[in-house]
Design a protein around this ligand. Sequence first.
Ligand code: NAD
Ligand code: TYD
Length: 342
Amino acid sequence: MRILVTGGLGFIGSHLVRRLLREPGIVVENLDSLTYAGNPANLADVESNPRYCWHRVSVTDDRAVDAVFQRGRFDAVMHLAAESHVDRSIEGGRIFVETNVLGTQILLEAARRYQVGRFLQVSTDEVYGSLGPEGFFTEESPLQPNSPYSASKAAGDLLVLAAYRTYGQDVVVTRCSNNYGPYQFPEKVIPLWITNGLEGKPWPIYGDGEHIRDWIYVEDHVEGLWLALTRGRAGEVYNFGSRNQKTNREVAEALMALLNLPSSVLVPVADRLGHDRRYAIDPTKAERELGFRPQYQWADALKKTVEWYQTHRDWWMAIKSGAYREFYQRHYGSLGQELDDH
Ligand code: NAD
Ligand code: TYD
């Protein structure tokens, strides 16, 4: 089986590529333009695998995408490449529309042109918007995205589902809750707090800190993607989550305990604009139809994650001392400056 993974040099994509290569006989081609969020170091361990290669191509580049498909003769596409950070999308949504909407359409068309067997769209629970104190997102929940990021992902999902209805293209859409684990870019809250903790810097917490996210370990998500690819029904949506809701304050407390830090490390900062209050996934459909069963427990997997950042300082120091600093200072304002002067 020949699979094109897009965004394979990012956080989830790199775990997926590694997981796919464990299946005998699978060939993985990775299409990734290497934005600020991509990092070849994430896949250094598979670089020389003869069943793996990387094309430095943008999903928005029609011609280059066409050439990759023409040569690749893929059986499946697993589409993860995206602009993925909500706070960046609040600063400016254009690149989110280009990558997440136009890029998805270009890939879908190429997959049709070259008769690729299946197109898996890797999406997010954020397309459903925000929940009140009760209830869960199911696959039937209305799409009510609140950020430019989630709106662009929702638009991509709709194009994918429309291709099924219009052309009978074999597509599957997955929507997962918040991931955590090794190789996550340290602009996302868990690696940001862990690495700030390791550097002796404070932890910015937005607003009252009572926002809820439903956390899943990245390897459980990636296993779900494999199940959706191999067992999912065409034209269907599958939600993935671990039934693991936590307030941001609870996440911070768990990390403080693991890192042996006092609660004074938390510094309240201005709330995110349009900040979604609560996400919670009902994964019943994926459990029933795909046999999806998360294997990792929050306490163990969070500890494992902390240990990974403790033992991979070079990986995140290189990122935090590079171009990421600019965004950090701009975004966190005087706190960013203070952190940088630290
Ligand atoms: P990430 O930001 O870590 O990685 C994105 C990757 O896509 C990078 O390697 C980047 O170089 C690449 N990329 C960006 N623009 C590109 C372009 N124009 N052409 C080719 N490559 C491009 O993202 P992630 O957290 O690994 O998320 C991967 C996917 O999973 C995204 O589609 C995201 O919406 C979805 N998702 C993420 C989460 C989460 O918690 N991180 C949860 C649910 C769904
Ligand atoms: P994030 O990791 O950006 O994921 P998402 O917005 O996609 O859920 O943020 C997770 C939660 O943590 C979200 O409620 C915003 C909050 N947060 C902070 O409190 N401080 C921070 O510095 C960041 C980046 C996020």
